[in-house]
Ligand binder design. Structure first.
Ligand code: SF4
Length: 371
Protein backbone atom coordinates (compact mmCIF):
# COMPACT_ATOMS: atom_id res chain seq x y z
CA UNK A 1 0.00 0.00 0.00
CA UNK A 2 1.37 3.39 -0.98
CA UNK A 3 0.02 5.31 1.98
CA UNK A 4 1.96 7.94 3.86
CA UNK A 5 4.11 6.42 6.53
CA UNK A 6 6.45 8.02 8.95
CA UNK A 7 9.21 6.11 10.63
CA UNK A 8 9.36 3.79 13.54
CA UNK A 9 6.05 2.02 13.34
CA UNK A 10 7.50 -0.48 15.75
CA UNK A 11 9.40 1.94 17.94
CA UNK A 12 8.99 0.94 21.56
CA UNK A 13 6.58 2.81 23.74
CA UNK A 14 7.79 4.72 26.76
CA UNK A 15 8.93 2.63 29.72
CA UNK A 16 6.26 4.09 32.00
CA UNK A 17 3.34 2.96 29.82
CA UNK A 18 0.86 0.56 31.38
CA UNK A 19 0.46 -1.51 28.16
CA UNK A 20 4.01 -1.84 26.80
CA UNK A 21 3.07 -4.00 23.80
CA UNK A 22 -0.13 -2.26 22.77
CA UNK A 23 1.26 0.45 20.44
CA UNK A 24 3.70 -1.90 18.72
CA UNK A 25 1.00 -4.50 18.02
CA UNK A 26 -1.42 -1.90 16.78
CA UNK A 27 1.12 -0.17 14.53
CA UNK A 28 2.29 -3.47 13.10
CA UNK A 29 -1.29 -4.31 12.15
CA UNK A 30 -1.84 -0.83 10.69
CA UNK A 31 1.19 -1.21 8.41
CA UNK A 32 -0.34 -4.21 6.71
CA UNK A 33 -4.09 -3.73 7.09
CA UNK A 34 -4.92 -0.03 6.78
CA UNK A 35 -7.19 1.08 3.97
CA UNK A 36 -5.55 3.13 1.24
CA UNK A 37 -7.32 6.49 1.59
CA UNK A 38 -6.46 9.66 -0.35
CA UNK A 39 -5.84 11.77 2.76
CA UNK A 40 -3.33 9.22 4.00
CA UNK A 41 -1.12 10.01 1.02
CA UNK A 42 -0.25 13.49 2.20
CA UNK A 43 1.21 15.33 5.17
CA UNK A 44 -0.18 18.67 3.97
CA UNK A 45 -1.85 20.02 7.13
CA UNK A 46 -4.55 21.83 5.12
CA UNK A 47 -5.53 18.65 3.25
CA UNK A 48 -5.55 16.69 6.52
CA UNK A 49 -7.66 19.39 8.16
CA UNK A 50 -10.15 19.28 5.27
CA UNK A 51 -10.37 15.48 5.42
CA UNK A 52 -10.89 15.43 9.18
CA UNK A 53 -13.71 17.96 8.95
CA UNK A 54 -15.35 16.10 6.06
CA UNK A 55 -15.11 12.79 7.91
CA UNK A 56 -17.03 14.09 10.92
CA UNK A 57 -20.47 12.43 10.78
CA UNK A 58 -19.89 11.27 7.19
CA UNK A 59 -18.89 7.85 5.87
CA UNK A 60 -15.44 7.37 4.32
CA UNK A 61 -16.94 6.26 0.99
CA UNK A 62 -18.94 9.49 0.75
CA UNK A 63 -15.86 11.64 1.40
CA UNK A 64 -13.41 10.24 -1.18
CA UNK A 65 -14.65 12.17 -4.22
CA UNK A 66 -15.63 15.44 -2.52
CA UNK A 67 -12.23 15.50 -0.78
CA UNK A 68 -10.28 15.18 -4.02
CA UNK A 69 -12.42 17.81 -5.75
CA UNK A 70 -12.21 20.17 -2.77
CA UNK A 71 -8.42 20.17 -2.40
CA UNK A 72 -8.06 20.57 -6.17
CA UNK A 73 -10.44 23.56 -6.15
CA UNK A 74 -9.11 25.02 -2.85
CA UNK A 75 -5.50 23.81 -2.46
CA UNK A 76 -4.64 26.27 0.33
CA UNK A 77 -6.40 27.99 3.24
CA UNK A 78 -6.02 31.28 1.33
CA UNK A 79 -7.95 29.89 -1.64
CA UNK A 80 -10.85 28.70 0.53
CA UNK A 81 -10.86 31.86 2.67
CA UNK A 82 -12.03 33.78 -0.42
CA UNK A 83 -14.84 31.32 -1.33
CA UNK A 84 -18.35 32.76 -1.61
CA UNK A 85 -21.28 31.06 0.14
CA UNK A 86 -22.44 29.54 -3.14
CA UNK A 87 -18.93 28.20 -3.92
CA UNK A 88 -18.78 26.78 -0.40
CA UNK A 89 -22.12 25.02 -0.73
CA UNK A 90 -21.20 23.66 -4.17
CA UNK A 91 -17.89 22.26 -2.87
CA UNK A 92 -19.61 20.66 0.12
CA UNK A 93 -22.55 19.18 -1.80
CA UNK A 94 -23.36 15.62 -0.79
CA UNK A 95 -21.63 15.88 2.58
CA UNK A 96 -24.37 17.69 4.52
CA UNK A 97 -23.86 19.48 7.82
CA UNK A 98 -22.84 22.68 6.02
CA UNK A 99 -22.02 24.37 9.30
CA UNK A 100 -18.77 22.40 9.22
CA UNK A 101 -17.83 24.04 5.91
CA UNK A 102 -18.57 27.52 7.20
CA UNK A 103 -16.42 26.88 10.28
CA UNK A 104 -13.65 25.54 8.06
CA UNK A 105 -13.79 28.78 6.06
CA UNK A 106 -13.59 30.78 9.29
CA UNK A 107 -10.54 28.75 10.24
CA UNK A 108 -8.97 29.33 6.83
CA UNK A 109 -9.54 33.09 7.18
CA UNK A 110 -7.84 33.05 10.59
CA UNK A 111 -4.86 31.18 9.13
CA UNK A 112 -4.51 33.86 6.44
CA UNK A 113 -5.01 36.72 8.89
CA UNK A 114 -2.88 35.49 11.77
CA UNK A 115 -0.39 32.99 10.34
CA UNK A 116 0.48 34.29 6.88
CA UNK A 117 -1.54 31.50 5.21
CA UNK A 118 0.45 28.66 6.84
CA UNK A 119 -1.42 26.22 9.09
CA UNK A 120 0.24 26.58 12.52
CA UNK A 121 2.14 23.55 13.72
CA UNK A 122 1.53 23.44 17.46
CA UNK A 123 -1.55 22.07 19.16
CA UNK A 124 -1.98 25.28 21.17
CA UNK A 125 -2.00 27.47 18.06
CA UNK A 126 -4.33 25.08 16.26
CA UNK A 127 -6.72 25.19 19.23
CA UNK A 128 -7.13 28.94 18.78
CA UNK A 129 -8.45 28.60 15.23
CA UNK A 130 -12.24 28.75 14.74
CA UNK A 131 -13.86 25.39 14.14
CA UNK A 132 -10.99 23.26 15.44
CA UNK A 133 -12.07 21.17 18.40
CA UNK A 134 -10.01 18.87 20.56
CA UNK A 135 -10.21 15.93 18.18
CA UNK A 136 -9.33 17.85 15.00
CA UNK A 137 -6.49 19.64 16.76
CA UNK A 138 -5.00 16.32 17.84
CA UNK A 139 -5.43 14.78 14.39
CA UNK A 140 -3.73 17.65 12.53
CA UNK A 141 -0.96 18.09 15.12
CA UNK A 142 -0.09 14.39 15.23
CA UNK A 143 -0.60 13.40 11.59
CA UNK A 144 0.79 16.50 9.84
CA UNK A 145 3.40 17.62 12.37
CA UNK A 146 4.26 14.50 14.40
CA UNK A 147 3.21 16.02 17.74
CA UNK A 148 2.44 13.53 20.52
CA UNK A 149 -1.22 14.58 20.82
CA UNK A 150 -4.14 12.14 21.16
CA UNK A 151 -7.01 12.31 18.65
CA UNK A 152 -10.08 10.73 20.22
CA UNK A 153 -13.14 10.29 18.02
CA UNK A 154 -16.08 7.90 18.41
CA UNK A 155 -14.09 4.98 17.02
CA UNK A 156 -11.26 5.49 19.49
CA UNK A 157 -13.69 5.95 22.35
CA UNK A 158 -15.32 2.62 21.51
CA UNK A 159 -12.02 0.73 21.22
CA UNK A 160 -10.72 2.07 24.52
CA UNK A 161 -14.00 1.45 26.36
CA UNK A 162 -14.03 -2.15 25.17
CA UNK A 163 -10.34 -2.84 25.58
CA UNK A 164 -10.30 -1.43 29.12
CA UNK A 165 -13.70 -2.94 29.95
CA UNK A 166 -15.20 0.44 30.91
CA UNK A 167 -18.80 -0.22 31.98
CA UNK A 168 -19.68 3.35 32.99
CA UNK A 169 -21.29 5.68 30.39
CA UNK A 170 -18.60 7.12 28.14
CA UNK A 171 -20.42 10.44 27.76
CA UNK A 172 -19.43 11.66 31.21
CA UNK A 173 -16.54 13.96 32.02
CA UNK A 174 -14.89 11.42 34.33
CA UNK A 175 -14.87 8.63 31.73
CA UNK A 176 -13.73 10.99 28.97
CA UNK A 177 -10.79 11.94 31.17
CA UNK A 178 -10.05 8.26 31.76
CA UNK A 179 -10.12 7.46 28.05
CA UNK A 180 -7.92 10.48 27.28
CA UNK A 181 -5.39 9.40 29.92
CA UNK A 182 -5.33 5.87 28.51
CA UNK A 183 -4.65 7.02 24.95
CA UNK A 184 -1.91 9.37 26.18
CA UNK A 185 -0.35 6.46 28.08
CA UNK A 186 -0.37 4.29 24.93
CA UNK A 187 0.76 7.04 22.52
CA UNK A 188 4.29 6.43 21.18
CA UNK A 189 6.35 9.59 20.76
CA UNK A 190 7.99 8.21 17.61
CA UNK A 191 4.83 7.79 15.50
CA UNK A 192 1.87 9.51 17.15
CA UNK A 193 0.08 10.28 13.87
CA UNK A 194 0.21 6.68 12.71
CA UNK A 195 -0.84 5.49 16.16
CA UNK A 196 -3.88 7.78 16.22
CA UNK A 197 -4.88 6.70 12.73
CA UNK A 198 -4.34 3.04 13.64
CA UNK A 199 -6.62 3.30 16.66
CA UNK A 200 -9.31 4.96 14.53
CA UNK A 201 -8.84 2.37 11.81
CA UNK A 202 -9.22 -0.47 14.30
CA UNK A 203 -12.53 1.03 15.45
CA UNK A 204 -13.72 1.57 11.89
CA UNK A 205 -12.82 -1.83 10.46
CA UNK A 206 -12.41 -4.39 13.28
CA UNK A 207 -13.83 -3.13 16.57
CA UNK A 208 -17.00 -1.99 14.81
CA UNK A 209 -20.12 -0.77 16.64
CA UNK A 210 -22.39 -3.78 16.22
CA UNK A 211 -20.08 -6.77 15.87
CA UNK A 212 -16.44 -6.51 16.97
CA UNK A 213 -14.30 -8.96 14.97
CA UNK A 214 -12.17 -9.96 17.95
CA UNK A 215 -10.76 -13.01 16.15
CA UNK A 216 -8.73 -10.73 13.85
CA UNK A 217 -7.95 -7.97 16.36
CA UNK A 218 -4.24 -7.28 16.97
CA UNK A 219 -4.83 -6.27 20.59
CA UNK A 220 -7.29 -9.00 21.57
CA UNK A 221 -4.93 -10.78 23.96
CA UNK A 222 -5.35 -8.23 26.76
CA UNK A 223 -8.83 -6.92 25.89
CA UNK A 224 -10.87 -6.79 29.10
CA UNK A 225 -14.21 -6.30 27.34
CA UNK A 226 -13.66 -9.41 25.27
CA UNK A 227 -12.48 -11.42 28.28
CA UNK A 228 -15.61 -10.44 30.20
CA UNK A 229 -17.86 -11.30 27.23
CA UNK A 230 -19.34 -7.79 27.16
CA UNK A 231 -17.46 -6.22 24.23
CA UNK A 232 -20.50 -5.79 21.99
CA UNK A 233 -22.43 -4.12 24.86
CA UNK A 234 -19.82 -1.39 25.15
CA UNK A 235 -19.54 1.53 25.10
CA UNK A 236 -22.51 2.45 27.25
CA UNK A 237 -24.10 5.91 27.14
CA UNK A 238 -26.42 7.99 29.27
CA UNK A 239 -30.11 7.86 28.19
CA UNK A 240 -30.69 10.06 25.13
CA UNK A 241 -32.65 13.28 25.09
CA UNK A 242 -36.21 12.55 23.93
CA UNK A 243 -36.82 13.39 20.28
CA UNK A 244 -39.30 16.11 19.32
CA UNK A 245 -41.75 15.64 16.45
CA UNK A 246 -42.27 18.66 14.17
CA UNK A 247 -44.84 19.00 11.36
CA UNK A 248 -43.49 21.68 9.02
CA UNK A 249 -44.96 22.92 5.74
CA UNK A 250 -43.35 24.32 2.61
CA UNK A 251 -44.81 25.64 -0.63
CA UNK A 252 -43.64 24.54 -4.07
CA UNK A 253 -44.13 27.21 -6.72
CA UNK A 254 -42.57 26.22 -10.04
CA UNK A 255 -42.01 28.11 -13.26
CA UNK A 256 -39.95 26.92 -16.23
CA UNK A 257 -37.19 25.10 -14.38
CA UNK A 258 -37.22 27.43 -11.39
CA UNK A 259 -38.85 27.49 -7.98
CA UNK A 260 -39.49 30.24 -5.47
CA UNK A 261 -36.98 30.25 -2.60
CA UNK A 262 -35.15 32.46 -0.12
CA UNK A 263 -31.93 32.44 1.89
CA UNK A 264 -32.32 30.87 5.31
CA UNK A 265 -31.72 33.67 7.84
CA UNK A 266 -28.69 33.65 10.14
CA UNK A 267 -29.28 31.84 13.39
CA UNK A 268 -31.60 29.19 11.92
CA UNK A 269 -30.63 25.63 10.94
CA UNK A 270 -29.09 25.63 7.42
CA UNK A 271 -28.44 29.41 7.52
CA UNK A 272 -27.22 30.71 4.17
CA UNK A 273 -28.75 27.92 2.10
CA UNK A 274 -31.89 28.36 -0.02
CA UNK A 275 -35.17 27.19 1.50
CA UNK A 276 -38.61 26.78 0.02
CA UNK A 277 -41.22 29.24 1.28
CA UNK A 278 -42.06 27.91 4.76
CA UNK A 279 -42.23 28.86 8.39
CA UNK A 280 -38.71 27.47 8.88
CA UNK A 281 -37.51 23.88 9.23
CA UNK A 282 -38.41 23.62 12.92
CA UNK A 283 -41.74 25.48 12.81
CA UNK A 284 -44.83 23.32 13.29
CA UNK A 285 -47.68 24.83 11.29
CA UNK A 286 -51.34 24.27 10.59
CA UNK A 287 -52.17 24.55 6.86
CA UNK A 288 -54.56 27.44 7.61
CA UNK A 289 -51.70 29.45 9.17
CA UNK A 290 -49.38 28.98 6.21
CA UNK A 291 -50.31 32.02 4.04
CA UNK A 292 -50.06 34.47 6.94
CA UNK A 293 -46.73 32.97 8.04
CA UNK A 294 -45.34 33.31 4.51
CA UNK A 295 -46.43 36.93 4.33
CA UNK A 296 -44.82 37.68 7.67
CA UNK A 297 -41.58 35.86 6.81
CA UNK A 298 -41.12 36.95 3.17
CA UNK A 299 -43.67 39.71 2.47
CA UNK A 300 -45.16 37.33 -0.13
CA UNK A 301 -48.77 36.51 -1.01
CA UNK A 302 -48.97 32.84 -2.02
CA UNK A 303 -52.04 30.68 -2.52
CA UNK A 304 -51.39 27.31 -0.87
CA UNK A 305 -53.04 24.25 -2.40
CA UNK A 306 -53.07 20.54 -1.60
CA UNK A 307 -50.10 18.53 -0.35
CA UNK A 308 -48.07 17.17 -3.29
CA UNK A 309 -45.61 15.12 -1.24
CA UNK A 310 -44.37 14.64 2.30
CA UNK A 311 -40.84 13.83 3.40
CA UNK A 312 -39.05 13.04 6.67
CA UNK A 313 -35.94 14.78 7.88
CA UNK A 314 -33.96 15.05 11.13
CA UNK A 315 -32.13 18.02 12.63
CA UNK A 316 -30.41 17.26 15.94
CA UNK A 317 -33.16 15.72 18.14
CA UNK A 318 -36.00 17.03 15.97
CA UNK A 319 -37.85 14.50 13.79
CA UNK A 320 -39.49 16.55 11.08
CA UNK A 321 -42.31 15.71 8.69
CA UNK A 322 -42.46 18.31 5.92
CA UNK A 323 -45.62 18.55 3.81
CA UNK A 324 -44.95 20.17 0.42
CA UNK A 325 -47.99 22.13 -0.77
CA UNK A 326 -48.71 23.16 -4.35
CA UNK A 327 -48.62 26.93 -4.57
CA UNK A 328 -49.20 29.91 -6.86
CA UNK A 329 -47.72 33.35 -6.41
CA UNK A 330 -49.73 36.57 -6.39
CA UNK A 331 -46.83 38.63 -5.04
CA UNK A 332 -43.36 37.11 -4.49
CA UNK A 333 -42.24 39.69 -1.91
CA UNK A 334 -38.66 38.92 -0.89
CA UNK A 335 -38.71 35.47 -2.50
CA UNK A 336 -36.65 34.82 -5.64
CA UNK A 337 -37.02 32.56 -8.66
CA UNK A 338 -34.06 30.16 -8.47
CA UNK A 339 -33.04 27.33 -10.79
CA UNK A 340 -33.64 23.68 -9.91
CA UNK A 341 -30.02 22.79 -10.55
CA UNK A 342 -27.10 21.30 -8.67
CA UNK A 343 -25.31 24.60 -8.08
CA UNK A 344 -28.11 26.41 -6.25
CA UNK A 345 -27.64 25.62 -2.54
CA UNK A 346 -31.16 24.37 -1.86
CA UNK A 347 -31.58 22.85 1.59
CA UNK A 348 -31.75 19.08 1.92
CA UNK A 349 -35.46 19.42 2.76
CA UNK A 350 -36.05 21.29 -0.51
CA UNK A 351 -34.09 18.70 -2.50
CA UNK A 352 -36.01 15.84 -0.89
CA UNK A 353 -39.30 17.52 -1.80
CA UNK A 354 -38.14 18.19 -5.37
CA UNK A 355 -37.19 14.53 -5.69
CA UNK A 356 -40.52 13.39 -4.26
CA UNK A 357 -42.63 15.76 -6.34
CA UNK A 358 -40.74 15.74 -9.61
CA UNK A 359 -40.73 11.97 -9.62
CA UNK A 360 -44.06 12.36 -11.39
CA UNK A 361 -43.67 13.01 -15.12
CA UNK A 362 -46.60 15.42 -15.33
CA UNK A 363 -45.38 17.43 -12.36
CA UNK A 364 -41.84 17.50 -13.74
CA UNK A 365 -43.17 18.93 -16.98
CA UNK A 366 -45.24 21.60 -15.25
CA UNK A 367 -42.25 22.52 -13.10
CA UNK A 368 -39.62 22.57 -15.78
CA UNK A 369 -41.66 23.68 -18.77
CA UNK A 370 -40.55 20.53 -20.60
CA UNK A 371 -42.97 19.09 -23.14
S1 SF4 B 1 -10.62 -7.72 21.09
FE1 SF4 B 1 -12.59 -7.25 20.22
S2 SF4 B 1 -13.56 -5.83 21.65
FE2 SF4 B 1 -11.38 -5.91 22.15
S3 SF4 B 1 -10.50 -4.17 21.05
FE3 SF4 B 1 -10.28 -5.98 19.73
S4 SF4 B 1 -12.13 -6.00 18.42
FE4 SF4 B 1 -12.49 -4.58 20.13
Amino acid sequence: MATRRRTAATSGPRADQGEPAFAARLLGWFQTSARDLPWRRTRDPWAIWVSEVMLQQTRVAAVREPFAAFVARFPTPAAFAKASDDELFAAWRGLGYYRRARLLREGAKAVVREHGGQVPHTADQLAELPGIGTYTRGAIASIAFGCAEPAIDGNVERVVARHRGIREPVDTAAVRRRIHAQVVAWLPTAAPGDFNQALMELGATVCTPQAPACERCPVAADCLGRAAGIASELPRRKPRRASVEVTARAVLVFDRGRALGARVPAGEPNAGQIELPSGGALCSLDPTDLPATLHERYGAHLDCGPVLASIRHAITHHRITVHGHAGTANNVGRLNWLPLDATTPWTTIARKLFAAVLGSDSLRQSATGAS
